[in-house]
Design a protein around this ligand. Sequence first.
Ligand SMILES: CC(C)(COP(=O)(O)OP(=O)(O)OC[C@H]1O[C@@H](n2cnc3c(N)ncnc32)[C@H](O)[C@@H]1OP(=O)(O)O)[C@@H](O)C(=O)NCCC(=O)NCCS
Length: 207
Amino acid sequence: MSVEIQVVDLSSLPSGETFLSEREQVFFNTLKLPKRQKEWLGGRFALKQLLSNRLKRSLREIEILPQENSGKPLVQVGGDSCSVAFSITHSNGYAVAAICDKARYIGIDLEKVQSRIERWKKDFFHPSELTEEGDEFLTALWTQKEAATKLLGTGLTIGSFDVRCIGGKVTFFNRARGVYEQLGSPEITLQTSALLPGFEFTVAIGK
Ligand SMILES: CC(C)(COP(=O)(O)OP(=O)(O)OC[C@H]1O[C@@H](n2cnc3c(N)ncnc32)[C@H](O)[C@@H]1OP(=O)(O)O)[C@@H](O)C(=O)NCCC(=O)NCCS
């Protein structure tokens, strides 16, 4: 199943005025921290480019605003909702967006590979997930978990032990399982790669 991915370097972003709608500009002005402003802009610029190519609409006609209760964005094109599955992530100077029009659900996550304290490992990973050691492995595992929670649309409001990624397959427990079933129990595949040097990146696709 083909997934289209757009990477944006946050150090060379055009001004938001050139591609944000009026409502997006109003939301952007509420963001206080420069880092958050850049990430938010970068994610939109990446996703708008993908959707603009796909739907043949201008960047400004595509509006990506967060939903009030979850932070998960909603896309509207010329005022109508858009059915293309999409996801956004940002990490260490990059924003990435992905779309897949053959999938019902998609979630992506990009993380820079770095050493973490032992406590992080114990707090976020179920022992059954820790089948290997090393920073690359743990970072990749983390991207799988986050991508899966974005596919569900919950983010990490669900317990991280309730999303278990083992051998490239994800299984849900407790509330996460309930959300997964509400989505119609889609068949989920996880595709993990480096995408950029020094990073791990996962696309979770639900058919
Ligand atoms: C979703 C979540 C796992 C993202 O993790 P992160 O490490 O902060 O960030 P990433 O860069 O990988 O991803 C951020 C993007 O995920 C997307 N996102 C946010 N909430 C999401 C959700 N519930 N489902 C799917 N995608 C979501 C957004 O596009 C966001 O970027 P944007 O705000 O610039 O549009 C994390 O934010 C989370 O757990 N959120 C829980 C819900 C929450 O706290 N919401 C508060 C706002 S109401």
